[in-house]
Design a protein around this ligand. Structure first.
Ligand SMILES: [Zn+2]
Length: 134
């Protein structure tokens, strides 16, 4: 929901790289020996960063993947670890009624308590440490 809001107000844009830059990234990663370790999404991220750099933007790739960092480094593109941004935990939310304390599953369709009609609130119920990449 936050992503949808961010997309609507223009804070987040989803872009795809053009083939030309995908090819360039493939060349770089093959010469470094990283091609085998990059997923299709990794290549697209690198290609988009290279394309943006070519348009005089200063892209920054947030990644913990060593091969992505390696190729980015070769292309003079800045990267930073996810931890730099404070992304340490994935939060799971639980919705609850502040009046009668009844809990509701994440897929519960109403915004109000089925018992007393109070507007539901949410709180994190479990923090899972993010999986380390490779
Ligand atoms: Zn209630």
């Amino acid at each position: 929901m936050r992503l949808e809001t961010a997309l609507r107000n223009g804070k987040v844009k989803i872009k795809k790289p053009t083939d030309l830059f995908v090819k360039k990234v493939n060349k770089y990663s093959e010469s470094l020996g990283d091609a085998f370790f990059l997923s299709k999404a990794d290549v697209q991220i690198l290609a988009l960063a290279l394309e943006l750099k070519n348009m005089n933007f200063s892209p920054l790739i947030a990644t913990d993947d060593y091969s992505v960092q390696n190729v980015a480094n070769m292309m003079n593109i800045e990267f930073a670890s996810l931890l730099t941004f404070g992304i340490k935990f994935r939060v799971h939310w639980v919705r609850y009624c502040p009046a009668c304390k009844r809990k509701y599953p994440p897929n519960y369709k109403l915004n109000t308590c089925a018992i007393c009609g109070t507007k539901l609130k949410r709180k994190p119920y479990r923090k899972a440490t993010l999986n380390k990449h490779k």
